[in-house]
Write a protein that binds this ligand. Structure first.
Ligand SMILES: Nc1ncnc2c1ncn2[C@@H]1O[C@H](COP(=O)(O)OP(=O)(O)OP(=O)(O)O)[C@@H](O)[C@H]1O
Ligand SMILES: O=P(O)(O)OC[C@H]1O[C@H](OP(=O)(O)OP(=O)(O)O)[C@H](O)[C@@H]1O
Ligand SMILES: [Mg+2]
Length: 286
């Protein structure tokens, strides 16, 4: 039975549960449940603090886990990213009161507050910059400068709303682009390969990612224009082209990136395609 660690609260928890549900797994009904067996799928879920997921995976007491790339790197755990999951996207950045600090080099000799000390220390060391110290805080890091325990902060930024509300501005390049990731133990099981069942979990999650990123497009097009139309909808491998009762027309079906749906429909219409239909993909295995 594959043992999978899942965040029990915070920004990652609900979207992780939703993705697993879409991948056909049972998920808990009560947010206080700590363990959930799903015997039909031969997996067991352990609901753990987002920060602790990498620790358990690194120790090998669970086989895989869902966490943030930033949390994984900060943990120093013996675990690696296996699959990017496309949600909980954020950047990890330095910020300071507007106009006070404008370059990363200026951090030398200053106090930096963060919940991600390891990440910050490694990043500054790699740049050869020595801060006066790194102050570890559990959260609400944006308040630390106003309250006098630090001069700059390093924190998760998504929309920037929290920073603005605290009168802070980002400076320097992003330290990291993060998102939710599926992780596994570094070096495999007892020095061997991946844990049994990880391949199935991975294919299922990839199926959800594909179903979210693509739509299915159907259209009719005059046979003489099939090549021009198909060039606009090459699909993943090759589009399906079927004959129609009217032998001068053909029907085409192809997967199209969801973001390009309307541009592709406009272009197909211009080429001469008609009856263009778009449907969502519920699940898939590529
Ligand atoms: N506003 C946000 N938008 C997108 N991702 C975020 C946001 N805040 C946090 N994250 C991501 O979620 C993960 C951390 O989750 P969260 O903030 O819920 O944990 P935590 O701060 O340890 O928990 P809590 O805040 O409940 O104590 C990180 O991977 C981080 O990049
Ligand atoms: O750029 P924004 O969209 O404003 O989002 C970023 C904020 O979200 C997270 O905070 P969270 O809600 O997890 O609180 P915490 O600081 O207590 O962890 C993060 O630590 C930032 O403070
Ligand atoms: Mg948080």
């Amino acid at each position: 039975m594959l043992r999978i660690a899942v965040p029990n609260k915070g920004s990652l928890s609900e979207p992780a549960a939703q993705m697993l549900r879409e991948a056909g797994y049972r998920q808990r009904r009560d947010s206080r449940e700590l363990v959930l067996a799903d015997p039909d799928n031969d997996v067991e879920f352990f609901f753990l603090r987002p920060r602790d997921v990498a620790v358990y995976v690194g120790a090998g007491t669970v086989d895989a886990g869902i966490t943030g790339r930033d949390l994984l790197l900060d943990s120093g755990a013996h675990a690696d990213e296996h699959l990017a999951l496309g949600f909980a996207g954020s950047t990890f950045r330095f910020a300071a009161p507007a106009g006070t600090v404008t370059s990363v080099e200026q951090i030398a000799g200053l106090r930096v507050a963060s919940s991600y000390n390891v990440l910050v220390a490694e990043h500054l060391a790699s740049l050869g910059i020595e801060p006066a110290g790194i102050v570890h805080l559990d959260g609400a890091v944006e308040s630390s400068v106003r309250l006098g325990v630090a001069d700059v902060i390093a924190d998760v930024v998504e929309t920037g709303t929290t920073l603005r509300a605290a009168g802070l501005e980002v400076f320097g390049e992003p330290i990291l682009h993060s998102e939710a990731v599926l992780i596994k133990r570094r070096g495999g099981v007892d020095g061997g390969g991946d844990p049994a069942g990880l391949d199935v979990l991975t294919r299922r999650l990839q199926g959800v990612l594909t179903a979210r990123q693509y739509v299915l497009m159907d259209y009719d097009v005059p046979v003489a224009l099939v090549d021009a139309a198909v060039a606009l909808t090459p699909g993943l491998e090759s589009p399906t082209v079927s004959p129609l009762h009217d032998s001068e027309w053909a029907a085409v079906r192809a997967m199209v990136p969801r973001r390009q749906t309307n541009q592709v429909m406009d272009a197909l219409y211009d080429v001469g395609a008609r009856a263009i239909l778009v449907t969502s993909i519920h699940a898939c295995r590529l």
